[in-house]
Design a protein around this ligand. Structure first.
Ligand SMILES: [Zn+2]
Length: 342
């Protein structure tokens, strides 16, 4: 165990074999003075080779990735593997157990506190462990998300652009191999900006594929299947599962979402009635939804209108809305820029 992290584990990352254990996140409460919270971890290592870190449960109410990693942790066989796979199906375990986006311990959003703090809150300690211990070992990180309780998403993959031409080409290849139908290079606009796992990984030059696989705090089998097959293809692509039989990826449509005009927000409180569905192609000026005021039921609802054309990548799933809530987001088509075109 390196450095300053307070999280510990019997897992030895340098050891060959399959290890099923947990990270121990220290906690000190009225009822458990010297306690720890278990964060499940599965490590498979078979000789030399690349290291893939597979994460789900960064947000607790996003289920497709959690179940995909549970399946993979049972399915992957040591003798098929070259290198090391580290799986954390429920990284922010307190949030997963509570079925919440944020941790009930500190209200921390794990994808908003990177690079974390060794001596911070529970959520900050988890982020710090990833930054300090896991990222330096990783050749690839896959972080599986969905829209959570408040949003519903089309299956899409997001990467942060690399520092060099060759990094961006490699990321583009990884998106094609992962095979989730829509993909985006993003700097975190509208989301977590520089407080996310991909932002921390970018500092170390470690590629991260983030996937949005569904949402509405439910489990869509199509999303978990995409995640499972996409991860297997990536491991095969890296030479880690040379004999793996996995279906070829479908086409990947490269899109852009880094423009605040693509995001629609509520400018007043109300009940949101969406007029579009995820995956719909929409035009500038088209009605996205209505916002009905509960204080003024007799007044006409506020019309929410798209200001650009694009495809509906996500929409708000919860009806009850307050001013400032994000209602809808678009992705727009983009030609691959010269720096990522192969
Ligand atoms: Zn998420």
């Amino acid at each position: 165990m390196s450095g300053t992290t307070r999280i510990w584990s019997p897992v030895d990352y340098s050891k060959d074999g399959k290890q099923v254990d947990c990270l121990r996140l220290p906690i000190s409460t009225d009822t458990s003075a010297y306690g720890w919270i278990p964060i499940p971890i599965i490590v498979l290592k078979n000789g030399d080779g690349p290291t893939a870190v597979l994460i789900a449960g960064t947000h607790g109410d996003e289920y497709e990735g959690q179940v995909a990693l549970m399946r993979l942790s049972r399915q992957l066989q040591l003798h098929d593997l070259r290198g090391r796979v580290i799986m954390l199906p429920s990284l922010n375990f307190p949030a997963v157990r509570a079925g919440r986006r944020v941790s009930p311990i500190d209200e921390g959003n794990l994808n908003r506190v990177y690079p974390g703090h060794a001596h911070g809150t529970a959520t900050e300690m988890i982020a710090h462990y990833v930054t300090e211990v896991l990222l330096p070992m990783a050749d690839l990180v896959v972080d599986l998300h969905s829209g959570g309780r408040s949003l519903d998403y089309v299956p899409c993959a997001l990467v942060r652009g690399g520092k060099t031409l060759s990094e961006n080409r490699k990321l583009h290849d990884l998106l094609d191999v992962f095979g989730v139908p829509f993909a985006e290079f993003t700097d975190g606009t509208g989301g977590g900006g520089n407080t996310t796992l991909p932002a921390a990984a970018a500092q170390l030059g470690v590629p991260v594929i983030t996937a949005e696989l569904g949402g509405a705090a439910t489990l869509r089998r199509a999303g978990s299947d995409l995640a499972e097959q996409g991860v297997l293809r990536l491991l095969k692509h890296l030479g880690m599962l040379p004999s793996c039989e996995v279906p070829a990826p479908g086409p990947v449509r490269l899109m852009n979402g880094d423009n605040m005009d693509l995001f629609l927000y509520a400018d007043s409180d109300g009940i949101f009635e969406p007029m579009v569905d995820i995956g719909d192609e929409v035009d500038e000026g088209q009605l996205a939804g209505l916002l009905h005021s509960i204080e003024a039921p007799h007044s006409p609802p506020t019309e929410i209108v798209f200001v650009r054309r694009g495809m509906v990548a996500f929409k708000r799933h919860l009806a009850l809305t307050v001013r400032g809530d994000c209602l809808c987001g678009l992705l727009e088509d983009v030609e691959p820029s010269p720096d990522i075109r192969r």
